[in-house]
Design a protein around this ligand. Structure first.
Ligand code: SF4
Ligand code: SF4
Length: 443
């Protein structure tokens, strides 16, 4: 694609990077076929190619974002299916991140939209605040029908609907410290405890720590780590995201340079995609660019790391059928497609692939709160495809997808690592009935 930026405009590193990305796009439109918003809404401006044109026009003309650009960029899930499809290597992720930062700087959103976004940015990245908010949400649930009837309050209604009926107790595994291996030590990793996940499903990190320590890996929960920054990053709040990134980089580099680390293990693929991008995000910061690149290189999804270890023969529960939902951040963001399914198969599960596996479930960070209608349409499509596999349980590698799909399906849904922990001697994951009841159900 031809571009017409002036040399002055190209002084801005965000514009310079955007120009390079725009030049790679050849308008072929292959990406439209796999874009969930284009597939759902059928509007070119809700396709990757349409958004690329909108971004180009806005940046090239040095214009502030307007209502139309914001509408169509806000509808983008950042699922990155377009990057998997694109034959020209267009880095849509960095382009839309730049566009979102530009929108944040130049566009004044309606008041309710601003307040909702500010509330999400204030609450979600902090486990203590999030836990408190979920407790308060229970009291607000009777107001859902009222909020749903007022357009500006629909995101609040979506938030209340997604909040779990009960909040699990705080896990002792979340506290900073070291979990020593149960057998002779074969490695040492840090685990990102995360922000929303340990509140909603503490069992995921517990299963990871149990499984890894049984396999001879020391797992350290470093003091000082926090949210990876992706939630605010996707809202265009660049500085807040970079602040989170710098804090985590400091924490992990300290561990790496003292006791050493073989990997930084991530159990939420949304976080993994962002942390693997820290090197890029902090490329302009002379104090952090090298350290951030080291952190990104060391970051591994838990299934990616497990695939490098030698696993024993599984103990439980042979033959259960699992529909594997590959999160967008896993398959498109990190290109991890093989390892989770291979691990499940080796552990004795029968893995089933739902149709349209490339399409997003509608979770996408805070998307299911900010764009509840599109998110619900995508969720229902996803659930239909998953349930058509006839599997007994659903496995995935991202807490956002777990929450989203659970809100539309009666099937138990767990993190892949919870099933692996179970198969290799850990407890049965919460919500998954004993294998016997599956057998009875199948009769
Ligand atoms: S990131 Fe996803 S929703 Fe956004 S343009 Fe690409 S395919 Fe479409
Ligand atoms: S597939 Fe790639 S090159 Fe083709 S229109 Fe989409 S982004 Fe541009």
């Amino acid at each position: 694609m031809q571009t017409n930026f002036t040399p002055e405009q190209l002084q801005d590193p965000g514009v310079e990077e955007s120009e390079k990305i725009l030049r790679k796009c050849v308008h072929c439109g292959f990406c439209t076929a796999t874009c969930p918003t284009y597939v759902t809404l059928g509007n070119e401006l809700d396709s990757p190619r349409g958004r690329i044109y909108l971004i180009k026009d806005m940046l090239e003309n040095g214009r502030a974002a307007d209502e139309q650009v914001v509408k169509h960029i806000d509808r983008c899930l950042s699922c990155l299916a377009c990057m998997t499809t694109c034959p020209s290597g267009v880095n849509y992720m960095h382009l839309v991140d730049n566009a979102r930062a530009h929108i944040e700087k130049t566009y004044k959103r309606p008041m309710m939209n601003r307040l909702t976004r500010a509330l999400l940015a204030f609450v979600l990245p902090y486990p203590g605040r999030f836990r408190l908010a979920l407790t308060v949400a229970k009291l607000g649930r009777p107001l859902v029908p009222l909020f749903k009837s007022i357009a500006a309050l629909k995101p609040i209604a979506a938030m209340l609907e997604l909040a779990p009926k009960s909040v699990p107790a705080k896990s002792r595994f979340a506290a900073p410290g070291s979990h020593m291996p149960e057998t002779s030590k074969k490695g040492r990793v840090a685990i990102l405890t995360g922000c929303a996940q340990p509140v909603l499903r503490p069992g995921i990190n517990e299963a990871t720590i149990r499984l890894l320590t049984r396999l001879g890996i020391e797992v350290v929960v470093p003091r000082g780590e926090g949210c990876c920054g992706s939630l605010v990053h996707h809202m265009g709040r660049e500085e807040a995201a970079l602040e989170s990134a710098r804090r985590n980089v400091d924490v992990w580099i300290r561990e790496l340079d003292t006791a050493g680390l073989d990997a930084i293990v991530i159990t939420a693929s949304g976080c993994g995609t962002t942390i693997k991008d820290y090197g890029y995000m902090l490329r302009l910061d002379p104090d952090y660019k090298v350290k951030a690149a080291r952190v990104s290189a060391l970051t591994k999804d838990v299934t990616e790391y497990l695939a490098t270890l030698t696993l024993p023969a599984p103990e439980e529960p042979a033959g259960l059928s699992v529909a594997y939902h590959s999160a967008c951040s896993m398959q498109h963001g990190q290109k991890i497609t093989r390892q989770p399914k291979d691990l499940l198969r080796t552990a004795g599960f029968v893995v089933r692939d739902p149709a349209e596996g490339h399409l997003c479930c509608g979770s996408a960070g805070t998307y299911n709160i900010m764009q509840p209608e599109i998110a619900r349409t995508l969720r229902d499509r996803k659930v239909k495809n998953i349930e058509a596999t006839g599997a007994s349980i659903i496995a995935t590698g991202n807490i956002g997808c777990i929450t989203q799909i659970a809100s539309g399906s009666k099937l138990p849904i767990v993190h892949t690592v919870e099933l692996l922990d179970w198969a290799y001697g850990g407890p049965r994951p919460e919500g998954v009935p004993a294998p016997k009841s599956f057998l009875q159900a199948a009769e």
